[in-house]
Write a protein that binds this ligand. Structure first.
Ligand SMILES: Nc1ncnc2c1ncn2[C@@H]1O[C@H](COP(=O)(O)OP(=O)(O)OP(=O)(O)O)[C@@H](O)[C@H]1O
Ligand SMILES: [Mg+2]
Length: 264
């Protein structure tokens, strides 16, 4: 499957194991990129248990399930959130959607890109696991962030996804995001540990941008209908998300410069 052709950078947020912080990273990274002045879309592609809405305090009447049914278009279901993001809400509790095909996933992303050509970035929050629907969404991204935690199941499942990405020759576009770490050093060490394994068994490195500290405020802000980036910008995790946003935009700019040089 080929990458999308619009100028919007499409970034997938993945994990092997569930519950490691994909939605948290997707929502807070989206808010941090938006605060830097980028026009940001967030596609909730978790078609089983869509949670992005909850973190953004949105209660959307329709979602991607209605687009797949053919009842609605992407512009019908998309919502401008109070924080200035374009949210394409995911579906909750619709098991049929877990089996969508690669063609349907690509077509959904194409519809978003065509309907909103002003987007600088489209983040895709995916479901846990390596289902073919999930992999189809990740296939359609320019780059992927792999969220993981320092615990055996998360490490093993993250490595499973890294192996799949390696077979697709895409490790250069894969960035590990250690989450809920005790210190910045612990986050970098977890990345280093994974990178050593990748170098040894896959003979290729993975990439690092930033890690996210364990921060109890994350659970509290949702209950208070706040966001970390806006209401607690000095908190540890808000600073991590801002750093992740900075590193990511630098990376995107340097890849764009490489492409321009290649085309010259
Ligand atoms: N850095 C962090 N510090 C503290 N709590 C966190 C952090 N990251 C995530 N959490 C908490 O972990 C829980 C799971 O996070 P989240 O829903 O983002 O995971 P997920 O990978 O999207 O899960 P799923 O696989 O079910 O989609 C949430 O309660 C969230 O608040
Ligand atoms: Mg999630």
């Amino acid at each position: 499957m080929s990458e999308p052709k619009s100028t919007t950078r499409v970034i997938g947020i993945a994990s092997g194991k569930g519950g490691v912080g994909k939605t948290t990273v997707a929502v807070n990274l989206a808010l941090a990129l938006s605060a830097k002045g980028l026009r940001v879309g967030l596609l909730d592609a978790d078609l089983g248990l869509a949670n992005s809405q909850i973190l953004l305090g949105v209660n959307a009447p329709t979602n991607v399930s209605h687009v797949f049914d053919g009842e609605k278009t992407v512009t019908d279901v998309a919502v401008e959130t109070p924080q200035g993001l374009l949210l394409i809400p995911g579906a909750s509790g619709n098991q049929a959607l877990a089996n969508i095909t690669a063609v349907q996933a690509t077509s959904l992303i194409d519809q978003v890109l065509q309907s909103y050509p002003d987007l600088d970035v489209l983040l895709i929050d995916s479901a846990a696991g390596l289902s073919s629907a999930n992999m189809s969404f990740l296939d359609a991204c320019h780059l992927r962030l792999l969220v993981m935690q320092d615990e055996p199941a998360s490490i093993a499942d993250a490595y499973g996804l890294i192996k799949l990405e390696s077979r697709k020759d895409r490790l250069k576009d894969l960035y590990l995001v250690p989450n809920r770490v005790a210190s910045l050093q612990a986050g970098k060490s977890l990345f280093d540990k994974m990178n050593v394994v990748c170098m040894k068994f896959l003979e290729e490195p993975v990439n690092y941008l930033s890690c996210i500290l364990q921060d109890e405020l994350l659970a509290r802000v949702t209950r208070k209908r706040e966001t970390l980036i806006k209401h607690h910008p000095a908190s540890a995790a808000a600073q991590n998300f801002n750093q992740l946003a900075d590193q990511l935009t630098n990376q995107i700019a340097s890849k764009a410069a490489d492409r321009t040089l290649e085309q010259a």
